[in-house]
Design a binder for this molecule. Sequence first.
Ligand code: GDP
Ligand code: MG
Length: 221
Amino acid sequence: MKVSVIIPTRNEARAIGRVLEKIPKEIVNEILVIDGYSTDDTALEAKAKLRRGKDKFILQKKKGFGNAIIQAFKESSGDVIVILNGDGSQNPKDIPSLLAKINQGYDYVIASRYAKGGRSDDDTIVRFIGNRALTWLTNLIHRTNVTDSLYFFTAITRKGLKKLHLKSAGFEFCIEILIKAHKAGLKFAEVPVVERASLSKTKVNAFWVGLRILRVILREY
Ligand SMILES: Nc1nc2c(ncn2[C@@H]2O[C@H](COP(=O)(O)OP(=O)(O)O)[C@@H](O)[C@H]2O)c(=O)[nH]1
Ligand SMILES: [Mg+2]
């Protein structure tokens, strides 16, 4: 089983080196850092830690978080794809727990801060409540059974991914993939994790992103 790790970055010069250092390289065949128009030293810091001949640093073509992930999916070659933030808030040391579930036969695995045993050291009250409300709504109308729909530290099989037709340009991508994976009948599991404080400022405007997420939840219904 070949494993690709995708890391989206936008101005993560302070964090990306430390994130890349902690990736369990022995079980990861390929790392793709996909950059969204960083104006700091993200490229320099990332390239210094990437393995020559194995990993790639790519520039995204179309704007937006979702577009970056969609492009990276196409440029990756793993049978399993892990997606991880480049801001230091998601612990690369949790990658083996996600992959363990894939090995058990699950197609789509998400890390959860709110499952038993998980925790967040990075939440704001607005984001906590917003996530809770949107997760509740998603579970209610789509009959999913998730505890943390928006964290987006995840692993998916390429076989599963091929059944989804993902198109969200922005951060609402996180909910689109979850709902579509559920509709397509992918075998789903959660793994509890601890979110650490981010090393950079968030690029998410909670209000506007929240609205776009809500729109996707309703559209997919
Ligand atoms: N390639 C790319 N990466 C992005 C973009 N926006 C955010 N990111 C990265 O995606 C990850 C998650 O974004 P972040 O703002 O930290 O979201 P949060 O953790 O939910 O607050 C971070 O590694 C960001 O640097 C974008 O437009 N393109
Ligand atoms: Mg962040």
